[in-house]
Design a protein around this ligand. Structure first.
Ligand code: URA
Ligand code: ZN
Length: 377
């Protein structure tokens, strides 16, 4: 078992998900992803979320020896299990969020009532553990624009809400869609940061037939598809001038900003060498560089599992104050196969904490990333 360093200040996990039971019910009723399906060869139903999991979902009808998705364990819906996980890993505070793909797939007329119900479930869960739980609300992105705006007003009044979780699809055309500007403005005015989280990844063709056949598990879509999706979404927002149009907008980027800390220089160089683009981006005054935006409007989580990635994240965001610990629970459970193993310490958490210690040392910077500087949640 991993021996986790004990932080003296409070530890806050800002990247930790749940699917409330009513959301699981919706998934159980579906025939296309996202869905929950039972297979005779497995005790837990399977939670199938990603496009990359569809080939195995189809082949498992004939041959269920390789099952799609991941087991839907009690960790996804049980609040007791979340608290147990927090206690096991010395986590004082969790900012819980609905996991992907949130409400993105709902028909327009169902989105707003579902968001109200899901956000109210999260509020009630937080109220049962005051001071330990907060949440990022889900937005009804497919609802009519007036309902979407109204949902932001109501979310802002929920006492445990600390922001919203958002995927990269926006209203269907991505986050550089001008139609999203009123939404971003409303969020900024309400002081609600966006926790940006990937779901759609990259097309399966990029990963090749051996990945589709299940040979590489989830490695390519999760380790590479997810971070590239985040990188592209934020680059598009930057190129479209969203950060200048809504200067009070704050974003927390999942997985330490995807590959933005590594690629920001190259993005900047490509802009600087495109005369027309530079001209357009300078309209209305001086152009802010991606580095400047990263250092003023962007926070990064520390869910990157490596010292090098964390150091890049600190450099890119300008300060370890802008980096926040996360676990991604209930994803990445231990896979040793021992009974009750999921109730113990998770290797994924240990790996991440160790990476933070290696990158930050074990002093105030470590405490800060782990949540200590932000105990005023
Ligand atoms: N896989 C997902 O689908 N979502 C996560 O948040 C992590 C892994
Ligand atoms: Zn996540």
């Amino acid at each position: 078992q991993q021996q986790l360093p004990k932080a003296k200040a409070k530890v806050a996990d800002i990247h930790t998900h749940m699917y409330p039971p009513e959301y699981v019910k919706v998934l159980e009723s579906r025939n296309t992803i996202p869905l929950v399906r039972k297979f005779p060869t497995a005790s837990d139903p399977r939670l199938v979320l990603l496009e990359a999991e569809v080939p195995l979902l189809e082949s498992a009808q004939q041959d269920p020896s390789l099952l799609p998705g991941r087991p839907l364990t009690k960790h996804f819906s049980s609040l007791d299990q979340k608290i147990h996980f927090m206690d096991t890993h010395s986590i004082d505070i969790s900012v819980i969020s609905l996991a992907n793909p949130w409400l993105d797939f709902l028909p327009s007329d169902q989105a707003a009532p579902s968001a109200t119900s899901i956000n109210s479930s999260f509020s009630s869960m937080c109220a049962t553990h005051p001071g330990r739980l907060y949440f990022f609300a889900a937005l009804p992105l497919t609802a009519p624009p007036s309902d979407l705006l109204a949902s932001i007003t109501s979310i802002a009044s929920l006492p445990y809400c600390r922001g919203v979780i958002l995927g990269t699809s926006g209203l269907g055309s991505g986050l550089d869609d001008p139609a999203l500007l009123p939404i971003f403005t409303a969020l900024a005015e309400a002081n609600l940061p966006i926790f940006l989280h990937p779901h759609y990844g990259l097309p399966n063709s990029v990963f090749g037939p051996r990945s589709a056949a299940g040979e590489y598990g989830h490695v390519l879509p999760l380790a590479l598809g997810f971070p590239m999706e985040t990188t592209i979404a934020v680059a598009r927002m930057f190129l479209a001038g969203v950060f200048d149009a809504v200067p009070k907008l704050s974003m927390i980027l999942a997985h330490s900003g995807g590959t933005l800390p590594f690629l920001a220089g190259r993005i900047e160089s490509c802009i600087v060498h495109d005369g027309a683009l530079v001209k357009r981006m300078k309209e209305g005054g001086k152009r802010r560089s991606l580095w400047e935006v990263l250092r003023s409007q962007v926070y990064l989580d520390a869910v990157i599992y490596g010292e090098v990635g964390l150091k890049a994240a600190v450099e890119a965001s300008g300060s370890s104050d802008r980096l926040m610990f996360g676990t991604d629970h209930p994803f990445f459970p231990p896979v040793g196969g021992e009974k009750g193993e999921e109730d113990g310490e998770w290797e994924s958490v240990g790996l991440n904490v160790k990476a933070v210690v290696k990158a930050m040392g074990d002093g105030v910077e470590y405490e800060g990333v782990m949540g200590g500087m932000r105990s005023g949640f």
